[in-house]
Design a protein. Structure first.
Length: 214
């Protein structure tokens, strides 16, 4: 009996060890690879294709088949999340197309991506430049006209100032000279007459004195 129990225990031990050894030899299952995902808006829908435009990117076309999980109807401009894989041929096979719900995390993420994209692309920026060019020309012409007007006003002011100075000079030169109230000639005549009067008086006095002595 003891031998039978020992044999059974040995067989069980060998079987368990063999099972454990076999498990160690089996390859571990590969970890699932993360699938590429794109957030964007539907730009076109075909019979077996759907095109989605991501923010700042060109539209990507995805193939879909009966295994693709997606709504039966998609509208242009609808926000979606596409999980896909790249085939050996280079085509993109959509595995799941999920419409985004307003207020969801994916919706907020798409809003963030859209906010980072410039509002104007090259074509529209060229249009904007072309549209603003005439405005710039008009502004330049307006400034030039203002400058010319200012220069003309300054020139007129200088001419007016010069004319006023010239008129003032002419007025000063044409003022009549006031007659002088006195000159040296009358005083000379008065002095001479007074001297002659004094000399005559002295002569008369001397003559009267001589007559008394005689």
């Amino acid at each position: 009996m003891r031998r039978l129990i020992a044999v059974l225990v040995t067989v069980a031990t060998v079987s368990l060890a063999g099972s454990l050894f076999a498990m160690t030899l089996e390859p571990s299952p590969a970890l699932p690879q993360s699938q590429p995902v794109i957030l964007g808006e539907v730009s076109a829908v075909g019979n077996h294709t759907v095109s989605v435009t991501a923010p700042g990117e060109e539209a990507m076309t995805f193939e879909f088949d009966s295994r693709t999980m997606m709504p039966t109807r998609l509208e242009n401009g609808e926000r979606v999340k596409v999980e896909y894989r790249i085939l050996d041929s280079g085509l993109h096979l959509a595995q799941r197309v999920t419409p985004l719900t307003h207020g969801s995390t994916d919706w907020a993420e798409l809003d963030r991506q859209l906010s980072m994209v410039p509002m104007e692309d090259e074509g529209s920026s060229g249009t904007v430049v072309g549209a603003t060019a005439p405005d710039n020309d008009e502004h330049a012409e307006h400034n030039e006209a203002i400058s010319e007007t200012h220069e003309a006003t300054s020139a007129d002011a200088k001419e007016d100032r010069a004319e006023e100075q010239k008129e003032a000079a002419n007025a000063n030169s044409q003022e009549p000279t006031m007659p002088r109230t006195g000159s040296g000639l009358p005083w000379l005549l008065v002095s001479s007459g007074l001297a002659m009067f004094l000399a005559g008086g002295l002569w008369l006095l001397r003559r009267a004195g001589v007559g008394r002595e005689a």
